[in-house]
Design a protein around this ligand. Sequence first.
Ligand SMILES: [Zn+2]
Ligand SMILES: [Zn+2]
Length: 898
Amino acid sequence: MELPKAYAPKSVEEKWYSWWEQHGYFYADVEEERRAYCITIPPPNVTGELHMGHALQHSIHDALIRLRRMQGYNALCLPGTDHAGIATQMKVEQELWRQEKKNRWEVGRDEMVRRIWAWTEKYGGTILKQLRALGCSYDWRRTRFTLDDGYQKAVLEAFVRFYRRGWIYRGERMVNWCPQCLTVISDLEVEEVSTKGFLWYLRYPMHEGSGEVVVATTRPETMLGDTAVAVHPEDRRWQPHIGKKVVLPLMDRLIPIVADEYADPKMGSGAVKITPAHDPNDFEVGARHNLPLVRVIGDDGRMTAEAGRFAGLDRFEARRAVLEELEKDGALVKRDAYEYNIPTHDKCATIVEPLPKEQWFMNMKELARSTISALEREEVKYFPDRFRGYSIEWLQNIRDWTLSRQLWWGHRIPVWTCRDCHEVIVQVEPPAQCAKCHGAKLEQDPDVLDTWFSSALWPFATLGWPERSPEMDYFYPTHLLITSREILYLWVARMIMTSLEFVGKIPFHHVLIHPTILTRDGKRMSKSLGTGIDPLELIQMYGADATRLALLYQCSGTQDVRFDADVEENKVLRSMTTEMCRNFANKVWNAARFVLMNLGDAPVASERLPAGGNLALADRWILHRLNETIQQATDALENYRFDEYGKQLYEFVWGDFCDWYVEMAKLGLYGSDADERIKVRQMSVFLLDRILCLLHPAMPFVTEEIWQTLHEGGGSIMVQPYPRSEPGWIQPEIEEKMAFLMEIVRAIRNLRAEMNCPPSKEVKVILFGAEERLAFLRQQERYLRALARVSAVEYLTEGERPRGAATAVAGETEIYLPLGDMINLDEEKTRLSRELTRAEEELARVRRKLGNGDFVAKAKEEVVRREKEKAEEFEDKIRTLNRSLGRIREVEQAGGKT
Ligand SMILES: [Zn+2]
Ligand SMILES: [Zn+2]
């Protein structure tokens, strides 16, 4: 059994991934006698490609699924994609325009939908393939798509049930309309963009008598649609004018002055223009006063016939034209520079037009009520918990949900109207005839449902709802939902609402909100800014295991991840943390090679500890540490503290196991005691096995490769039991003793390094200390000799301390290393003096810089801080060099003797 010299991720990753898939290791089927664990992944857009946010999210998904599987759960991670109404349709429309210079209306609805399906089947779901490169162990047989047949049925069923509950209704409401995409969009898709513009003051003359009203607006073109001027009912200035009329300039229309609390007496003149068709607040005022709706801006963003001579102009051209004419008529009072927010569509950046439209809406009040009480009772736990509070707050202020979208790609609303008798039919299956007049002329509502309506059903629709499937009985509620914070309301809150309504249960026990991945200096990661990182590139450079571990290692529960990488033009030059994790994979690899090379010919059972008790100090200590690591790392992973999980294992494997245990084990392995040799072999395989299992959730590939070499012909490491803590291994007194031994070894190593003593040179050491301490060290002397490269040890409880020796203290034990043993005194003196001179020159230079007021005043804070640090470093160095030189002088004074 032997491993190649270096770990080569590429070949290993492909090999094991397809082996896992072929052997069905990712499958989870209903098995009543086993405990279930289930996660349904947030379905990425079918058009999507893997970015760093996904990479983090899925490193977490897979680490947890692998952990639970090893802990004996029947663990299902169910993947899938979202049809992403607007994003997908836009993509295919753009392609259509590029290739054929046609828009969707020229192609027609059926053909367009056919083309989007064809596109989806050809290019869609790339992201699911990319997740395989990351090592995700998802049950791909169960992959769902929000437009597959079963899912469509679930969506329509949900609509019909809500409708029958009386919660879905049709009404004319102000909606956010995108004149570019020609669809309604939700509040959550509107991005407010701060803009520098103007506040225009317009003069409307009174119809009777003299006087005028001055109103202010940022959108002067809407004045064409004004149907009133509102003033506050208690505004003394205006009270006498309420009910009178003003003349609307350019349109010569008479409009009333109405009293409404919406008008703020403190703003400007106290009077405000009312355009019910083009402003959500004005729409409300209009409804209260029965004002007519005059629509001057059409769906396409152009002025309508109602805009008179401005009809046909684009809304921005109309602004210029209206201002020009107002100015000519003397109706323009002035303009002030003004900064305000403009609503834009987050998908296409077009300025959103508020328009009154007939839409399908859903009343959310009752659904929100039951969800609020479930959240207040903490039936669903949020990590971090503060997001539960935010969700409750959002639910308390919930507004009716606009369900319809003027798109073709999606779930078409299951509502038909009879052309003969106007009967409205709402049902899942298309009706053959009118239920009332039996006529066959039925027309289906042209709109589709908001994409979030379908994704709100995700956890149960993917498991078979509305059928009563065995999966629903067994895997539901699911255990965990992992998501970014952006879609906490849009999606997570709605899943809880629909699940409580349709299934009568919460959809998941835990919601984990993972951090956002930022660039190293805290900026947004974005391709268009050039700051993006392609996770596949990281995998290419460092391997999937290193990429996963680097993400988890930086993922704390509370702060956003500032991903440690140098990036230029979306290209990774270097990522220190990922590199560190790759080195760690190599370290594990080399430790495994060492263990394998020293196995000898006898096969070793790894399940058990070496028989016969009487374990060596190193063995008892490493078991104690192993037990602690198992407890702490498992607890961290189970409670979503991924950084801590990574750090615990890194320190145990690299520090305790590789740096200390393996070095100490070599004594037994290469020693003359045959029994001990066997014990050490058993012990090191035992430890290696557990290390591999502990690491497997984060680093599936390298651990499988080593596991398969160790246990050829056995099953995958992914179904081995996850290591459990053993109270019998806890030995605090051994840990304390070992800590003392390590302190002595470190002190000797430091002294040797300080005196520039070559690592190969063995030196003598003299120890002064308490009898008990020395007795322990005498017992473990072979470790001391091996670890600190010591040729002889002298133990003294009292007497004169040697002169001309390098000294240190560990606890109350004094350590003396005679210099004459370690170095050539003359050469060393010359070297030290030279270094001292150089360090003093450097220090003087830095001090001059810091003494220069100009530099300190002008340089960046960070630069000054770095210079100060440098000064401290040189001061330290000078102290150390002087100490070393002092020791040599002591030896010289003592005549070269110690
Ligand atoms: Zn748009
Ligand atoms: Zn009819």
